[in-house]
Ligand binder design. Structure first.
Ligand code: SOE
Length: 379
């Protein structure tokens, strides 16, 4: 029997536009879902570029104004893959138009803006979700299962890093299509909103809420040519950020992110130390979860490297055969699968806007703490 379509209107066609579109195309092939994503329309201001994107990925039509997508009756769901400073305007209007919304991370430029988005989707009662994709890497989902089963016992420490090295050159401009992440007017902040947002989302999902933070940020290169003006302008983003925090469960957190860690491209790692066991994970080796169980007999006790590719590992029963890994791209496929599933069960797929708003509040506290050089409570 033909499945009910889920008609997608994609806004933006950059790296995330491709990652999400790939997931929409793949999901029904591997997951048995009640609705099938249909690539109805892609939207961006540059008509030629969006047409090339649409043709390459198989979108049925294009628009150059996202408001047109909201007017269209044949679009069910708006996917926001634009720079952060446009998330709120598009999402609030999409909610008012009664569309489902999938929004790239971070939800907003800051907490107050995020709250308006939460209020809009809750008032309109439209399904909504934010693309914090790392939760759906099977090894991270397995970490969540192990923690929820109580295998780690009381948690003492949570440590996370997200290290890159792509902005070290002073010749790199800021702003514009490819480099808006270097311009706080478009991105809100630098590594804090771009990379630590992922670490904070995963951390609060695995280890609960964060109560207060003490942070420092640094901008190593103070001026860069701005792509849009052609002028040398002050750099307004944080190039690096590190913070300490207390979790509500009493454990201590230590987080670091930078785009100046020469040799690291996307080294997202976390380690959690509990009374009974520890786990650690590394994005560069994403199909493995390292697990140390103090309950093992002492002669064989040690770090186990779990190759998360067996049929009973999260999501893995849907893919190939045991032992064969899946990659970064499938974290998005899993997120679409869970979103579509949630439309049938009525249980919101996480993180929804309200849940992602909690991350936004931690980001605000981190930036505020760094500016004030003082501890800050998370509101
Ligand atoms: C930045 O380089 C970036 O692409 C982030 O924007 C993504 O969210 C992260 O997953 C990988 O790095």
């Amino acid at each position: 029997m033909a499945k009910q379509p889920l008609n997608i209107g994609m806004v933006g066609y950059g790296f995330m536009g491709r990652a999400h579109t790939n997931a929409y195309k793949q999901v029904s092939q591997f997951f048995d879902l009640q609705r099938t994503p249909v690539l109805k329309a892609a939207c961006a201001r540059d008509a030629d570029k969006v047409k090339a994107f649409a043709d390459n990925w198989g979108y049925e039509s294009t628009e150059t104004d996202w408001r047109k997508l909201l007017d269209r009756k044949d679009i069910d769901c708006i996917d926001i893959c634009t720079p952060n400073n446009s998330h709120a305007e598009i999402a609030i209007a999409a909610a008012q138009a009664g569309k489902m919304i999938l929004c790239e991370k971070p939800l907003a430029m800051n907490g107050p803006e995020g709250l308006k988005m939460v209020e809009a989707v809750e008032k309109a009662k439209v399904p909504n979700m934010v693309w914090y994709n790392y939760r759906r890497v099977p090894a991270c989902s397995l970490a969540k299962q192990l923690i929820d089963e109580g295998r780690l016992g009381k948690i003492f420490h949570y440590r996370a890093n997200f290290l890159q090295d792509w902005t070290i050159s002073a010749e790199l401009p800021q702003g514009g299509a490819g480099l808006w992440r270097l311009d706080a007017a478009a991105a809100g902040s630098g590594v804090t909103g771009d990379l630590l947002a992922h670490c904070i989302d995963t951390a609060m999902w695995l280890n609960g809420g964060i109560s207060d933070v003490s942070a420092m940020t640094e901008t190593f290169i103070k001026e860069r040519t701005h792509t849009l003006t052609g002028k040398v302008e002050k750099v307004t983003i944080d190039d690096a950020c590190a913070f300490l925090c207390h979790f509500q469960n009493g454990s201590l957190g230590l987080f670091e992110s930078t785009r100046y860690a020469r040799g690291h491209k996307a080294l997202y790692t976390f380690e959690i130390n509990g009374e009974k066991a520890s786990i650690k994970w590394d994005l560069h080796d994403l199909q493995r979860l390292e697990y140390f169980d103090h309950g093992d007999a002492s002669r064989v006790r040690g770090w186990h490297s779990i190759h998360v590719t067996d049929g009973d590992h999260p999501y893995m029963g849907k893919w190939w055969v045991p032992g064969l890994a899946v990659g970064y791209d499938t974290s998005f496929t899993h997120q679409v699968a869970d979103f579509i599933e949630s439309l049938s069960t009525g249980k919101p797929a996480q993180p929804d806007f309200r849940n992602a708003y909690q991350t936004q509040l931690v980001l605000d506290a981190v930036l505020d703490s760094a500016k004030a050089r003082q501890w800050r409570e998370v509101k």
